[in-house]
Design a protein around this ligand. Structure first.
Ligand code: PEP
Ligand code: MN
Length: 344
């Protein structure tokens, strides 16, 4: 349910409504626009009598029931597009955000070299996994906390923000001591206890789409994070599993406008995990931006053929450099822009 306050209602009136919501054991989520405040009410069950009760409060203009299953993620609860400000990086704003870096943090040199190269080309966020979900238990599974330390060093050296995956609720605290953004991987996108834990951690969360996840299930997963009081969720389409095996996954480009039709949350595309092969990464990247994605997440490695994970889909520095101006051209064609590369 949403409670729409009258234009210019003062904070005391809003507080009175929120206090009543909380007295009833429900949760209030405020969305303050330029002119009016919308109070989202979530919690179960919401008895029918609530509508009339809240409609009678001073300052309340309207009480509306939201019939969609996802609430906080929907436009009804938050009529402005979500923009997540991380230092000088605005995710979901006019600029298309480029996240780039290796699949895994393998060593200090490999990560710092990657960080410098992607920053120089115009990326503003460095990716790198320290805890890797691998299909086989015998593959490289990440450097753990040492990997987080290396990422933090790269942030200090380059000024890039960092994103890294957290795989289990018990690691949220530790990973949160280092990262700027939590990544929830495709395999964990319906791990509800993990989603709730990052929802409490007070930092933005990028939620990859699960391998066979419906858009509605994906938005409901975002809802788990948001229901814990964390509004800063980024959705990332990374390809879904279909019958086609010429690519690792099938990039569902249509998910970008579909999700943007339902939700105010920023939507990213990860062309690397969709393609599985670096030759296809440029085309899928361009397609993602053309479809309206708020950003891309790309795997870039100094020597992809020697990568400990996902080398086949990783671009080398020259390929990434060559791609960036092409991305900028498509961004411009759809009324967006790319950040100007840092001077080096
Ligand atoms: C990754 O980003 O390296 C990764 C494991 O991605 P996904 O969860 O989308 O497979
Ligand atoms: Mn990877």
């Amino acid at each position: 349910m949403i409670i729409v306050m009258k234009t210019g209602s003062n904070q005391d009136l809003v507080k009175t409504v929120v206090a009543r919501i909380e007295e009833l054991g429900l949760r209030a989520h405020l969305s303050s626009g330029e002119e009016r405040t919308i109070i989202g009410v979530v919690g179960l069950p919401l008895p029918p009598s609530l509508d009339d009760m809240f409609a009678a409060f001073t300052g309340v203009e309207q009480v509306v029931r939201v019939t969609k299953k996802f609430k906080l993620a929907s436009w009804d609860f938050h009529p402005q597009k979500t923009v997540i400000q991380l230092g000088n990086v605005a995710i979901g704003g006019d600029e298309v955000t480029i996240i780039a870096g290796p699949c895994s943090v393998e060593s200090r040199d490999q990560t710092l070299e990657s960080a410098r190269a992607v920053a120089a080309a115009g990326a503003t966020i460095l990716r790198g996994g320290a805890y890797k979900p691998r299909t086989s238990p015998y593959e490289f599974r990440g450097l753990g906390e040492r990997g987080l330390e290396i990422l933090a060093t790269a942030r200090e050296e380059t000024g890039l923000r960092i994103i890294t995956e957290v795989m289990t609720p018990s690691d949220v605290d530790l990973v949160g001591q280092y990262t700027d953004i939590f990544q929830i991987g495709a395999r964990n996108s319906q791990n509800y206890l993990l989603l709730e834990e990052v929802g409490k951690a007070g930092k933005p969360v990028m939620l990859k789409r699960g391998l066979s996840m419906l858009v509605e299930e994906w938005l409901l997963a975002a809802e788990y994070v948001m229901a814990q009081g964390n509004p800063d969720v980024i959705l990332c389409e990374r390809g879904i599993r279909t019958f086609e095996n010429a690519t690792r996954n099938t990039l569902d480009v249509s998910a970008v406008p579909v999700v943007q039709g339902f939700s105010h949350l920023p939507v990213f595309v990860d062309p690397s995990h969709a393609a599985g092969k670096r030759a296809f990464v440029p085309a899928l990247s361009l397609a993602g931006i053309a479809a309206g994605a708020d950003g891309l997440m790309l795997e870039v490695h100094p020597t992809p053929d020697h990568a400990l994970s996902d080398g086949a889909q990783s671009l080398d520095f020259a390929e990434f450099d060559a791609l960036m101006p092409r991305l900028a051209a498509v961004a411009q064609a759809v009324g967006r822009s790319l950040p100007v590369p840092a001077l080096n």
